[in-house]
Ligand binder design. Structure first.
Ligand code: HEC
Ligand code: HEC
Ligand code: HEC
Ligand code: HEC
Length: 202
């Protein structure tokens, strides 16, 4: 840009000496950067830039398609936005829970005790953990007994977020640190031990 010099201005205010912003035609021409009498602008003057831009865009799309082809796993999209092979992969995983019916087939007493009490709807493996290996071959190992203290509190520690009708206790004031199963029978958590029904055992 050419600086608009005072020579090109006219109509300076004689009182203030300030230049008005009006230009004469020569000044305006210079300010526009015209070199005088040049050829009118061609619409394709910047065509090379557009071609470069288009080439970059096409190259980007091509790279995207190649990478996409390489990273999308086989079978994707067969059943929608999902990898079809995942179903087979999941089926291959070993089953780790045997289910209560299987446990009850050998452990009759715990099942009967459970049914008679408020824990009747809880499955064995909710408390004992996944035991399909033990159920399939008991000789392979005897499951460890669950640590009642942590287990019971997981469901019964009082918490304002639990429904009010659910039996819950503040364990510190309720039992003062004594093991929950020293008073409650885990499979039948009423008050059998307290009532002395289990006196003489354990
Ligand atoms: C095929 C029969 C069989 C099946 C099915 C079975 N168990 Fe056992 N279980 C046994 C035998 C045998 C023992 C060892 C006997 C013992 O020491 O009392 C045992 C021991 C246990 C023990 C340890 C007992 C203790 O006194 O320390 C637990 C806990 C147990 N099983 C839980 C389960 C659970 C939960 C299931 C279901 C997932 C299950 N069992 C399925 C036969 C079976
Ligand atoms: C609410 C949790 C819970 C559920 C449900 C449960 N158990 Fe138990 N079970 C325990 C705890 C805790 C012990 C350990 C008791 C102890 O240390 O004296 C135990 C002990 C056992 C034992 C060892 C012997 C005994 O009676 O002390 C066997 C066997 C057993 N459970 C089998 C089962 C089977 C089979 C089922 C399902 C029919 C089942 N349990 C459901 C918590 C549970
Ligand atoms: C998986 C959650 C769960 C675990 C673990 C659990 N309980 Fe329960 N407990 C329940 C449910 C569900 C009920 C029945 C609530 C109802 O009837 O509204 C219940 C009921 C009870 C009751 C009330 C019994 C009655 O007759 O009113 C006692 C006491 C109890 N549990 C003690 C225990 C003890 C002790 C342990 C640990 C050995 C334990 N619970 C572990 C879920 C659990
Ligand atoms: C010293 C014996 C003793 C010990 C240890 C004990 N309890 Fe109790 N529990 C009781 C008695 C007695 C009751 C019934 C009276 C009451 O509600 O206080 C009871 C009631 C309960 C109830 C039913 C509350 C209701 O509102 O219906 C739950 C749940 C419970 N106990 C869970 C536990 C848990 C979890 C532990 C271990 C942290 C535990 N208890 C340890 C004696 C005991």
């Amino acid at each position: 840009m050419f600086p608009v010099t005072s020579e090109h201005r006219r109509g300076n205010n004689p009182l203030t000496g300030q230049a008005s912003n009006e230009c004469d035609p020569a000044c305006a021409k210079q300010a526009r950067g015209d070199k005088g009498g040049s050829v009118p602008d061609s619409p394709l003057r910047n065509g090379a830039h557009l071609i470069l831009l288009l080439a970059a865009l096409l190259a980007g799309i091509a790279i995207f398609l190649v990478v996409r082809q390489a990273v999308i796993p086989e079978g994707f999209g067969l059943y929608g936005h999902y990898r079809a092979g995942a179903l087979k992969d999941n089926r291959m995983k070993p089953v780790s829970f045997a289910g209560r019916e299987v446990c009850a087939g050998c452990h009759f007493d715990p099942d009967e005790a459970l049914r008679a009490g408020k824990h009747g709807k809880i499955s064995c493996e909710t408390c004992h953990g996944p035991q399909s290996a033990h159920a399939a071959d008991p000789a392979s190992g005897v499951p460890a007994k669950p640590n009642a203290q942590g287990l019971c509190r997981r469901c019964h520690e009082s918490d304002a977020a639990k429904p009010a009708h659910f039996p819950q206790v503040a364990s510190v004031s309720h039992s003062g640190g004594a093991a929950c199963n020293s008073c409650h029978e885990p499979h039948k958590p009423g008050f059998a031990k307290i009532a002395g029904e289990r006196s003489g055992k354990k």
